[in-house]
Each structure stands twice: as C-alpha cells, then as structure tokens.
Design a protein around this ligand. Structure first.
Ligand SMILES: Cc1cc2nc3c(=O)[nH]c(=O)nc-3n(C[C@H](O)[C@H](O)[C@H](O)COP(=O)(O)OP(=O)(O)OC[C@H]3O[C@@H](n4cnc5c(N)ncnc54)[C@H](O)[C@@H]3O)c2cc1C
Length: 380
C-alpha cells in the first residue's frame, strides 16, 4: 500500500467515490480511497436512489440542483449506465400545516430557479393513475427530480477515478488518526500507515468515530432506516413519491420493482441493523392506503441502513476548526445520494484552491456553535 498520498479519502460510498473522481478529473491524481469493506457497503448500497431538489433550506436546494445537472450527463461522462430516470418527485401533504410548509418551500425553490409547483389531488392522479386522491390534501411536484441506481453510480465513479490514477484500497480499515499541532500527520489502517496531505472524513454513519480519532466531536448520530423491494410489475409510474405526513417514499425501478421505505419517529440512534416486522406492516399499510392496487404485490426482500443525522438535517462539510487538513463530508441525514456529486465539486474547489463557497461556509462544523435553521422536508 502507498505510504503517502496528497488526498486520503476515508470511505468508498457515493461521497468518497464522487470526490475521488472529481479531484482526478481536475488533475489531482495522488488520491487514495480507503474502504474497510467494499464500495457501497455503507448507506449508499442500501439507499432508495431518490434524487430530489425540493427542500426547505437554500443550501440543500442549491446542492441538489447542482447535483441534478451532474446526474443528467453522468452515464455518458463515466461511460456507465447509472439507470437515471428523471420522472419527477411528488411530495404528498395531508394537513393544512403541511400545505403551508409546501407553499413556503415552493416559493423559495422557485426563487432559486427550481421548476417545482403545487398540485391539487386531481392533478396527482394524472401523474399516478392508480393513486387514491382521497388520502391527500395536495402535493408538490418537480419534473426534474428523479432516481438512479446507487451501485452503478459508485461503481461508475470509482472505475472512472481509477482510470485517471486514483488508488482504491478495499478491506482496509482506518483505526486511528495521529495529530501533531493543527494537522493530521498519519492515517493508521489495518494494513499500514499513510502520511496524508489532506484527509477527508467520508465514512457515513461512522464519521463520528473517525472524527473521534482526531479528538473532534461531530454532532452526528447513526439512525437505522428500513427499506424493501417487491417483485417486478409492468410500468406504473416514473414518479418518485414521498409523504410529508408519514415519511413514506417509493418509486419503481427500471426493472419494474417497487422500492420504498418509511421513517420511524420512534427509532432511537444506534448501530442496530436488524430488519423488523413493524416496518413491514407500517410501510405496506401506508403504501396500500395511497395506491390500493399495489396490495397485490409480493415483497421480495427487506433490509436496513443508517442515516447519519445532524441536528439541522443538513450535511457537515469542509474544514475542521483547529485541524487545517481534516475535511468533513458527512451528516447527510438521509439525502447524501442526491447531493454527493455537487458536494464533491465544492469540496474539490476547497482542496484545489482553498475556495470556500457560500454553501460550504453555511454547512461547516462551526455552525453548530450558533443557531441553526433546520431542513423541513425530511423522511423522519
Ligand atoms: C434505507 C435508506 C434509504 C435512503 N434513501 C435515500 C434516497 O432515496 N436518496 C438519497 O439521496 N439518500 C438516501 N439515503 C441516504 C444515503 O444513502 C446516504 O446519505 C449516502 O449514501 C451517504 O453516502 P456516503 O458515501 O457519505 O456514506 P456511506 O455510503 O455510508 O459510505 C461510508 C463508507 O465508509 C466506510 N467506513 C466506515 N468506517 C470506516 C473506517 N474506519 N475505515 C474505512 N472505511 C470506513 C463504510 O464501510 C462505508 O462504505 C438513504 C439511506 C438509507 C439507509
């Protein structure tokens, strides 16, 4: 294994993969990606693949809009079909309070240039003909939202990065970070020690543990989320649906399967990866309430993964106060797949030129010292 690298990235999920490729594309090729298992083994390989730009905070909206511009041409750029479907995202509301939150969000989104709009229940039925419109009060829709295959995205990014000279070390666990003064001077792994220029903490729900190794406290918490997939059926909809009311979400994959999950407000933080009957019941009850015809389907498989949740449901990005070469890229709170491509660009701007964009400044670890504005469109 290499004894040194200009950039050492910890974690080969979508964040590490996208950043490795983006740096290499710009000519920064002495990049080493360390992954304790295999690429996609964390949240990325377990996620729903949804790519939406409808959020309530400006940084999340801007990062997602920037990512969609990248996703739109990513299959071609990486020479890998990422199964990108730009079928739009429908966000359901059931109460007057949720409709009001949506109205304010659409106004902000439109101000930032996003073509989202409010829909009546009747208009929802035009998009998803099997939908029972009696179950909702209204919705919002953005036609440029969509979904993609997370395995293909990680594989595509990493293969392209490796073609450009990036090194990927699988089954290599980071076990410690040695700090001297205001720098991380050594990355200790299960397979040897590396002298880094810059160290990027892209370890998903384990980022808190990585930060601890350098005596840095992250406010992130791992929270289990469950998800399932059904047998394939004929095309029903290209739209991805989420509910503000229950945290339900689902889409149909390009192979015809219904893929979806539901947040559980009672879930406590922790590293529990077990699947539950409670999830199966809640998800299927809500799915069939909105789209009764889907009650005919058989479930093939259910699994779990971790959200890496911050107090304001926005990521922690950029330099670490007191440690000039330790960069955070974590805390996505369930939205990392959709914003990782743009995050990679703004982090590469920082690593290459020391440039701190407006969003990097607003999403820094230092923000938790003051008041924070929380994201409102979260699958809780
Ligand atoms: C059920 C579920 C559904 C989701 N749905 C969506 C969705 O529809 N859209 C969306 O945008 N997001 C979704 N998310 C969130 C999304 O999956 C994550 O935000 C995103 O994948 C985070 O990517 P990452 O690369 O930062 O972290 P991860 O993919 O978790 O990668 C971190 C990597 O670091 C490695 N690692 C950890 N510790 C060490 C160590 N000590 N040494 C070396 N390597 C280490 C891990 O093995 C892992 O591979 C979902 C998440 C879950 C769980």
């Amino acid at each position: 294994m290499k004894a040194s690298a200009d950039v050492v990235i910890i974690g080969a999920g979508v964040t590490g993969a996208a950043l490795a490729y983006t740096l290499a594309k710009r000519g920064l090729r002495d990049v080493l990606v360390l992954e304790r298992r295999f690429p996609g083994a964390g949240a990325t390989g377990r996620c729903g693949g949804g790519i939406r730009q409808q959020f309530t905070t400006a940084p999340n909206i801007r990062l997602a809009m920037g990512s969609v511009r990248i996703y739109e041409q990513l299959s071609q750029e990486l020479d890998c079909d990422i199964e990108y479907v730009q079928g739009g995202y429908l966000i359901l509301a059931e109460t007057e309070g949720e409709l009001e939150l949506q109205r304010r969000a659409v106004a902000l989104q439109n101000d930032l240039g996003l073509p989202s709009r409010s829909l009546s229940p009747g208009e929802v039925r035009e998009l998803v003909p099997l939908f029972d419109t009696a179950t909702i009060a209204g919705a919002t829709f953005c036609p440029t939202d969509g979904h993609a295959n997370p395995f293909r995205v990680v594989e595509g990014y990493l293969r392209a990065a490796q073609r450009l000279g990036v090194t990927l070390e699988k089954f290599t666990q980071v076990t410690d970070l040695m700090v001297r003064g205001n720098r991380v001077v050594e990355v200790v792994t299960s397979r040897g020690r590396i002298s880094p220029g810059v160290v990027v903490n892209a370890a998903g729900a384990w980022s808190k543990e990585i930060a601890h190794m350098a005596d840095v406290e992250l406010p992130n918490q791992p929270v289990r989320h469950e998800i399932l997939i059904t047998e394939p059926v004929q095309p029903i909809t290209e739209v991805m649906v989420i509910s503000l009311h229950t945290g339900l979400y689902f889409s149909q994959t390009v192979s015809g399967q219904i893929l979806g999950g539901i947040g559980d407000p009672e879930e406590r933080p922790g590293y529990n990866l077990r699947s539950s009957l409670k999830f199966l019941r809640r998800f299927l009850r809500e799915l069939v309430r909105h789209v009764p015809a889907l009650g005919q389907l058989s479930v093939l498989r259910q699994w779990t993964g971790f959200y890496d949740v911050t107090p304001d449901a926005q990521p922690v990005l950029g330099p670490t106060p007191g440690l000039e070469n330790f960069i955070q890229a974590n805390g996505y709170s369930g939205h990392g797949f959709m914003i990782a491509p743009k995050v990679a660009e703004i982090l590469a701007d920082y690593i290459e030129h020391g440039e701190v964009s407006e969003d990097l400044a607003r999403l820094s670890l230092a923000r938790f010292e003051g008041e924070v504005e929380g994201e409102g469109f979260v699958v809780g």
